[in-house]
Design a protein around this ligand. Sequence first.
Ligand SMILES: Cc1cc2nc3c(=O)[nH]c(=O)nc-3n(C[C@H](O)[C@H](O)[C@H](O)COP(=O)(O)OP(=O)(O)OC[C@H]3O[C@@H](n4cnc5c(N)ncnc54)[C@H](O)[C@@H]3O)c2cc1C
Length: 262
Amino acid sequence: MRVLIIGGGPSGLKCAFNLLQLGHEVFIFEREPVLGGLARSFELHGTKIERYYHFICMGDTGLINMIRELGLDSQLRWKYTRMGVWRDGKLYPFTSVLDVLRFPPLPPVERLKYLWAAFRASLRKDWSDLENVPAVDWLRQEFGPIAYEVIWKPLMQRKFGPYTERVSAAWIWARIKRLADSRTRFLKRERLGYLLGGSETLIGKLAEQVAAMGGHIYTKAQVDRILIKKQARLRALCGRLRSLGRCHYLHCPLASPYPTAP
Ligand SMILES: Cc1cc2nc3c(=O)[nH]c(=O)nc-3n(C[C@H](O)[C@H](O)[C@H](O)COP(=O)(O)OP(=O)(O)OC[C@H]3O[C@@H](n4cnc5c(N)ncnc54)[C@H](O)[C@@H]3O)c2cc1C
């Protein structure tokens, strides 16, 4: 099978890697000059810096297995991490249960409510009934309106700006769960991982493997439209017009709003 992958971010590269392992022919079109998408890096005085921060949780088994499969386990480091909340010009520790119990911006009852809600979220296994619930409603209901205003609202608004109201509760639950699972027990300290050299190490290795297995990678190749003609003949239109003939295509990220889908 011949597959065109639109987007050379982590999902595009991993899809390419898996498809090549299965013996398919793969073309990646990436519109930027470099691969990596949101996980890419930029260079500052000769040092690569990630565009955004990325960390690995103990329960990210898919990612950890991929790191092993690529032979990068020796580059994986785990660290106990600490978190703080900046409020009214002061930094409050916010990592352990004790930190929450001593957190002055929340009244004592609200601190208990917060911990109970975090504990319940960590026990939940399924996201599906949260998918159509707005995160802001769920957070207010579970953690209480005061904790929402003090803790969650600033976080949500800084991350999503005008889109805050549109974020699903399934997303924020998955974040809470992922971090909760990165503690050996609810009361234990949080441990997070990173790769030496950051996400760039993973992206670089994936790209290297894709190329070594015969995958075709094109950067500065934005796909603007997909034309599907008779018998699924496909043409991806980008700066350099390419016609791939009979071919399947995958859009990575899947939720991209670009009007390429026919
Ligand atoms: C601040 C921040 C922190 C994060 N922290 C973590 C974390 O700790 N752990 C974690 O697992 N995830 C984290 N993420 C999420 C992670 O970065 C994304 O889940 C991941 O990058 C998604 O990969 P992707 O390939 O699906 O999409 P993207 O990374 O968005 O890549 C898509 C690629 O497709 C290209 N593209 C799009 N349209 C076209 C087109 N028409 N033609 C050609 N190319 C196109 C884009 O240029 C891009 O390179 C974080 C994200 C952010 C913003």
